[in-house]
Design a protein around this ligand. Structure first.
Ligand SMILES: C[S@@+](CC[C@H](N)C(=O)[O-])C[C@H]1O[C@@H](n2cnc3c(N)ncnc32)[C@H](O)[C@@H]1O
Length: 355
């Protein structure tokens, strides 16, 4: 059997300074919509998707709970590839006209919009109607100007602007292609498109099958310390999740979307977690040319930290101390000490203390 790890799709790679917390206040999906979802999906698959999970709401929005005892190592869900939505699901009338430059997130978002416009006539209606509306999404792309102003110093700000411009570019490519088919597939606005792209960005996995929305698996919420992840089983042509711990009935089952910092979680998923072992900060530093210890400091930084650029400006990624009360990470303290030394002896002491 060949298993591969599927990772939740990222817009781009980055690490940034951030420490922010949002408290989701979801508008809950009606009980019957959620209750009917799994039977509908299993009927569509003609197979069991999960015998140990059920859907309900939590403060994280739609969530999956243990419906019976789960043991470590149990396979808790299997979603066949045939039940997953990918950019290949674009209607053949439209597909040839969409430029290669349009990203897969935008293509899959267009698939979602088409099915949303079809309403109850869509074969995916029971799935689409479970997806969160924009008002429930807290991604920075939906923040207003004054909210964004609060994070202007952070690179999440730049990433947000970049993400928005990418979506806008894709929108301007796709909209004219869509226009002649409005009768069949309905129309959409910039706001609809941004919402659909953000849905895809926060719940589609990149796997051997490409970018895929995996219904049911995408109701699993994130826990940064979980070892459970979505895997692709190419032999059995399905995505699956194995439990990394025991659960008693009624407990919420969580997985890890990826080893994401809070900045990434905020940008792409609209939340942060309080004690994130994968959190990172990016520190910009500058060693003035007149610093008599400049050469020594540069050598040290080169040896122990990321190589600085020629002008001695640089950046260093520092991982979180990883837990409540552990304080400033050792590597960050070492960096601060090296940069602030004013005597050679101070530099020597720093080397002795830290390296
Ligand atoms: C893949 S979906 C998971 C299902 C989602 N809760 C729903 O309502 O459909 C990812 C979204 O779930 C929410 N989420 C997941 N894990 C969370 C967490 N640990 N804290 C807060 N929100 C979380 C965020 O809104 C995120 O964008």
């Amino acid at each position: 059997m060949s298993f591969r790890v599927a990772t939740l799709r990222r817009w781009s790679l980055h690490t940034v300074v951030f420490n922010f917390s949002s408290s989701p206040s979801p508008q809950f999906q009606s009980h019957s919509v959620l209750h009917n979802f799994l039977p509908w999906l299993e009927n569509k698959a003609s197979s069991t998707i999960s015998s140990s999970l059920s859907i309900s709401n939590s403060s994280y929005g739609n969530s999956l709970f243990a419906s019976k005892s789960i043991q470590t190592g149990d396979c808790i869900l299997q979603v066949p590839y045939s039940l997953q939505l990918t950019p290949d699901n674009l209607p053949p009338e439209i597909k040839p006209f969409i430029s290669e430059d349009v990203g897969n997130i935008a293509k899959l978002a267009t698939v979602l919009l088409i099915h949303k416009n079809l309403g109850q006539d869509s074969e995916w209606h029971p799935y689409i109607s479970c997806l969160p509306p924009q008002a429930e999404m807290h991604n920075t792309i939906f923040w207003n100007e004054s909210e964004l102003e609060m994070i202007r110093q952070s690179s999440v700000y730049q990433e947000t602007i970049y993400q928005k411009s990418q979506i806008e570019k894709d929108f301007l490519e796709i909209k004219p292609v869509f226009q002649p088919f409005c009768q069949s597939f309905g129309d959409f606005t910039w706001k609809d498109f941004m919402h659909a792209c953000t849905l895809v960005g926060s719940r589609a996995w990149g796997s051997t099958k490409g970018l895929s929305l995996i219904p049911f698996a995408d109701f699993l919420n994130h826990d940064g310390i979980s070892e459970a992840i979505v895997m692709s089983d190419d032999d059995n042509k399905c995505s699956e999740v194995f439990s990394d711990r025991d659960y008693v009935p009624g407990e919420q089952v969580l997985i890890r979307y990826g080893k994401f910092s809070n900045a990434t979680l905020m940008l792409d998923f609209g939340f942060t977690i309080p004690y994130n072992i994968y959190d990172q900060v990016q520190i910009q530093y500058d060693i003035p040319k007149y610093d008599p210890l400049r050469h020594t400091k540069l050598e040290l930084l080169q040896q122990y930290f990321v190589p600085p650029t020629k002008d001695a400006k640089g950046s260093k990624e520092v991982k979180s101390a990883g837990g409540k009360g552990k304080g400033v990470p050792q590597s960050l303290r070492a960096l601060a000490r090296v940069l602030s030394c004013t005597t050679l002896q101070g530099v020597k002491n720093t080397i002795f203390d830290f390296f």
